[in-house]
Design a protein around this ligand. Structure first.
Ligand code: FES
Length: 579
C-alpha cells in the first residue's frame, strides 16, 4: 500500500498525528482521550514502565516515571507511558535472561507501531538494562536511559548487608554449621527489605555503568541510589533531554560504536564487574551490526585492573561507588585507558563529562594506584571451549588460575543439588566441578548456576574455592574461580557435552587456555554416541527462543534480531492508515 501522509512537522509522529483526514482524527482523538495535549510539532516521548510487584528492583521507580513525564511536558513534549515485560531477576525462573530478548522486542515493536519520536526507558534490574538498550538500538529512535539505582543496605549485626554476596556467604556458613537456624532466620528478616537494585557490583550496577559509558544516560546519573531526591531531578532532566533529542536527534547507533563498546568492556573489567555484562555487550553490538570477536573482547579486557573497590571483590557498596563520583570519576580514574571521544546522548563526549570528576572517595582508585594488579576479567579458549569462556579473574583464587584436576560432572542444576553435598561424592579440593546443560539452549536462558557450591564435606574442611567450569552464567554478586559461558554449550554438542567424571581439565588463565585432556580418538567416539537431549518446550516463547538463540559469544540474542546481514539493520516503518 502506498504511503498516504507526508510528515508535516519533521517528527516521526507526524505521520500519525498531522493528517487532516479520518486517520489523523482517529489518532489524535486516541491520545486526547487519555488527556494528552496533542499539537503539531510537539514530540511524543515514550516512557517505558517496567515496574511490577514481581520486580522489587524496578519498583523504586514510580516517582521517577512521573518526574520524567513532567520533564517531557516542561520541555514542550507529549509523554506517553507504556508497559513492557518486567524482568525481576529474583523470581523469574529459570532466569530473567530467558526473557531479555522479549523485552528488547517489546521496546522495538512499541516504537514501530506507535507515534513515538524519542524514548525514556526505565531499567534497573539486571536484564532490563541490556534489553532496553538492545530494543532502543534496533528501533534507533533517540533514547535516554533512566536507572533506578541500588537499594539501601540493611544492617545485620551492625554490618551493611551486600545484596546476593552476603547471602552466598551466609549459605556457606549455614551449610557448614557456622550459622544457627535462629541466625539464618534473623538474616532473612534483615535481607528482605528495600526497593532498588542489588547494592554491590552485580549485573545491575555493572550494566548501569555500561549504559552510561555507552552514552545512554545523563552524566553521573546511572548510579544514583534508589530513593535519593537527586534521582527525581535526573528523571525530570531525562524527560527534557528526550524532547530535545526528538528535535535534534542523537540516535542509539551513533552511541553504539566499536569504540564505545570497547570502552564498555574496559569499564566492566575496571569495576570487577559482572561477567554477564560481556554477553550483554556482545548482544548490544549485534543490534548495531557490530560483530565483537572473542579476540576483540579479550583485547579490550586485557590489561585493565580493578579500580573500583566494591563488593563482591572489594569492600564498598554501589552507594559508595556513586559517592566517589560514579561513572565520570571512573572515566577520570581510567585516564587514557578509554577512548574519551565517544558521544553521549547529552551531546558531548565521555571525556568532557569526566573532565573535572576526580574520584572523591576510596571506592574508586586512580589506575596508577592499582598498576600491576590482576586484570578484572579474562577470556580463555581451548579444546573445552573452542569459542571461548569468561572468568572474573579478580574474584578468583590466584593459586587456581593455573590448575589441572579431575572433572566431577553434574548434568544440570537438579543433578548438582542432588549430589553436591552427598558424603559419598568422590571429590577433592583439586577436582574441577563441571555443570552443563545450563547454556542458552540448555538452560534454557543460561541461568546463573555457574558458581557451584563447594561440596559440603570440603567446605566443612575449610575449602573456600575450587575450579568450576560451566556453560551457565553466574550472578554478578558471586565470586570464586569460575569459568563461565563455555561455548559452544553442551546442549548443542560442544566439547563440554563429552566430558566424563574423572577426565582431566586444565586451566591456564595467563595463557588464556581451558582444555580437556582427553585423546582426540576417544573424543570422536564419544561424539559419535552423543545425542541432544529432547526439549520439553514445543510451543510459545521458549520454543522460539531455543530455535533461534545464539551462543554466548554472540550475546545470546535471537539470530533474526541481530543486524549483521545486509538489510537487517533497517527498521521498517509501518503503513499509517486505518487500523
Ligand atoms: Fe534485581 Fe539484583 S535481583 S538487581
Amino acid at each position: 500500500m502506498a504511503e498516504r501522509i507526508a510528515p508535516v512537522s519533521g517528527l516521526r509522529s507526524s505521520r500519525w498525528l498531522d493528517a487532516p483526514d479520518e486517520v489523523g482524527i482517529q489518532n489524535r482523538a486516541a491520545l486526547r482521550a487519555v488527556g494528552l495535549a496533542v499539537e503539531s510539532g510537539r514530540p511524543v516521548v515514550g516512557i517505558s514502565n517496567t515496574i511490577s510487584d514481581l520486580n522489587p528492583c524496578n519498583s523504586s521507580m514510580r516517582e521517577q516515571i512521573e518526574e520524567a513525564r513532567q520533564g517531557v511536558i516542561d520541555a514542550g513534549g507529549v509523554p506517553v507511558v507504556f508497559p513492557t515485560i518486567s524482568l525481576g531477576e529474583d523470581l523469574m525462573k529459570p532466569s530473567a535472561m530467558l526473557y531479555r530478548n522479549l523485552l528488547a522486542i517489546e521496546v522495538e515493536e512499541m516504537v514501530r507501531a506507535y507515534p513515538i519520536d524519542a524514548l525514556v526507558l526505565t531499567a534497573n534490574c539486571d536484564k532490563t538494562i541490556p534489553g532496553a538498550i538492545m530494543g532502543a538500538t534496533s528501533s534507533d529512535v533517540p533514547t535516554v536511559l533512566m536507572l533506578g539505582g541500588a537499594r539501601p543496605a540493611p544492617l545485620y549485626r551492625g554490618e551493611r548487608l551486600a545484596s546476593g554476596t552476603d547471602l552466598w556467604r551466609a549459605l556457606d556458613d549455614r551449610r557448614t554449621g557456622r550459622m544457627t537456624d535462629e541466625q539464618w532466620e534473623s538474616f532473612e528478616r534483615c535481607y528482605s527489605c528495600g526497593l532498588g537494585a542489588c547494592n554491590v557490583m552485580g549485573t545491575a550496577t555493572t550494566m548501569a555503568i555500561v549504559a552510561e559509558t555507552l552514552g545512554f544516560t545523563l552524566a553521573g546519573a546511572s548510579t544514583i541510589p534508589a530513593g535519593e531526591p537527586l534521582g527525581l531531578r535526573a528523571a525530570n532532566a531525562a524527560g527534557r533531554l528526550a524532547v530535545e533529542r526528538a528535535r535534534n536527534p542523537i540516535r542509539p547507533r551513533e552511541l553504539v560504536t566499536e569504540a564505545s563498546l570497547q570502552n564498555a568492556l574496559k569499564v566492566v573489567a575496571a569495576c570487577g564487574g559482572s561477567t554477564n555484562a560481556v554477553v550483554h555487550i556482545a548482544a548490544i553490538a549485534g543490534r548495531a551490526g557490530i560483530r565483537l570477536s572473542q579476540a576483540t573482547i579479550a583485547g579490550a579486557l586485557s590489561g585493565v585492573p580493578v579500580v573500583a573497590d566494591v563488593q563482591p571483590i572489594g569492600r564498598g557498596l554501589a552507594q559508595d561507588f556513586h559517592a566517589a563520583g560514579g561513572v565520570p570519576a571512573l572515566v577520570h580514574a581510567l585516564g587514557d585507558t578509554l577512548d574519551r571521544s565517544t558521544r553521549t546522548v547529552q551531546g558531548g563526549t565521555l571525556g568532557e563529562a569526566a573532565k573535572d570528576a576526580a574520584p572523591a572517595g576510596a571506592a574508586i582508585r586512580p589506575i596508577a594506584d592499582v598498576a600491576g594488579s590482576p586484570d578484572g576479567l579474562a577470556v580463555v579458549r581451548g579444546s573445552l571451549a573452542p569459542d571461548g569462556a569468561v572468568i572474573k579473574v579478580a574474584a578468583a583464587s590466584e593459586r587456581l588460575l593455573v590448575h589441572r584436576g579431575p572433572a566431577v560432572v553434574f548434568d544440570g542444576y537438579e543433578d548438582m543439588r542432588a549430589r553436591v553435598d552427598d558424603p559419598d561424592l568422590e571429590v577433592t579440593p583439586d577436582s574441577v566441578l563441571v555443570i552443563r546443560g545450563a547454556g542458552p539452549v540448555g538452560g534454557p536462558g543460561m541461568p546463573e548456576w555457574g558458581m557451584v557450591p563447594i561440596p559440603k564435606k570440603l567446605a566443612e574442611a575449610g575449602i573456600t574455592d575450587m575450579v568450576r567450569v560451566s556453560d551457565a552464567r553466574m550472578s554478578g554478586t558471586s565470586f570464586g574461580t569460575v569459568f563461565l559461558h563455555v561455548a559452544p554449550e553442551a546442549a548443542v554438542g560442544g566439547p563440554l557435552a563429552l566430558v566424563r567424571t574423572g577426565d582431566v581439565i586444565a586451566v591456564d588463565v595467563p595463557r588464556g587456555r581451558l582444555d580437556l585432556e582427553v585423546e582426540d580418538d576417544e573424543l570422536e567416539r564419544r561424539r559419535a554416541a552423543w545425542r541432544p537431549a529432547p526439549t520439553p518446550h514445543v510451543r510459545g516463547w521458549v520454543a522460539l527462543y531455543q530455535r533461534h538463540v545464539t551462543q554466548a559469544p554472540e550475546g545470546c540474542d535471537l539470530d533474526f534480531l541481530q543486524a549483521f546481514a545486509p538489510g537487517t539493520e533497517t527498521f521498517v516503518e509501518p503503513v499509517v492508515g486505518r487500523s
